[in-house]
Design a binder for this molecule. Structure first.
Ligand code: SAH
Length: 233
């Protein structure tokens, strides 16, 4: 998978390729899907969520330009797979998941694969993790309507935020925001499809008379269960 789906495309960062090589993805997928663990596609993990496609995990890690001494925040733990990869690249990783159930299973998988530098928290990650800030890099694995101010505010000087932005819940672009002093610059990376970020700085509004069940990830245009799908090269 690493050679065929990553290195043969545009994943050229040797540290990212080595990290992808070293994390056993089968620990992060449901038992009945273990046979598909090394296919380059997203897979369902319960609660209407999915583990991201390996290519997109690698791409986000590469574009976040993570150094070995970095403190990194991931928003949207899901299976914990992306956090495990970030854990191999950075000094310390905090990852936030809004579903308690997913967070618990991710914690178990991370423990089983020896990711001792990854901390899993339950909460609304659209607000970041103020108690652990500042971060050298923040990776968001669900699409927000706009770049959340709270996340930019938690970046160290020179810090990078990699996040899918899709104002209407449909067309999404992966962007990188880099903070330099008082300024920040924004770069378009590619078009993508992720599940929506549900939260105060995500798609958080519940209209009067409308109810949302826990686990219903409906964005403004209905459920989305296909995070981490990039356009064909
Ligand atoms: N990185 C994951 C993929 C996660 S899919 C992996 O490697 O498996 C996106 C995840 O974001 C889902 O689990 C969803 O529940 C979570 N999510 C959505 N909005 C969130 C929020 N505001 N805070 C934390 N997690 C959120």
């Amino acid at each position: 998978m690493v050679a065929h789906d990553l290195a043969a495309r545009d994943i050229h960062d040797e540290r990212v390729l080595a990290a992808m090589e070293s994390v056993p993805r089968e620990h992060f997928v449901p038992e009945d899907l273990v046979d598909a663990a090394y296919e380059d596609r997203p897979l369902p993990i319960g609660a209407g969520q999915t583990i991201s496609q390996p290519y997109i995990v690698a791409l986000m890690a590469q574009e976040a330009r993570i150094g070995a001494a970095d403190r990194v925040l991931e928003v949207g733990t899901g299976s914990g797979y992306g956090a495990a990869v970030l854990g191999r690249l950075a000094a310390e990783v905090w990852t936030v998941e809004r579903h308690e159930d997913l967070a618990r299973r991710a914690r178990e998988a991370l423990e089983a694969t020896g990711a001792g530098n990854v901390h899993v928290d339950v909460g609304d990650g659209s607000l970041g993790a103020p108690d652990s800030a500042p971060f050298d890099a923040i990776v968001v694995t669900a699409a927000a309507p706009a770049v959340p101010d709270a996340l930019v505010a938690q970046l160290a000087d020179g810090g990078r935020l990699v996040i899918p932005i899709g104002p209407d819940g449909h067309a999404q672009e992966l962007v990188r925001v880099t903070v330099r002093g008082e300024h920040s610059e924004r770069a378009h990376l590619c078009d993508v499809r992720f599940v929506p970020l549900i939260g105060a700085e995500g798609f958080g509004r519940i209209h009067p008379g409308q109810q949302r069940r826990d686990g219903d990830e409906s964005g403004p245009d209905g459920p989305r269960t296909d995070p981490g799908t990039p356009p064909e090269p």
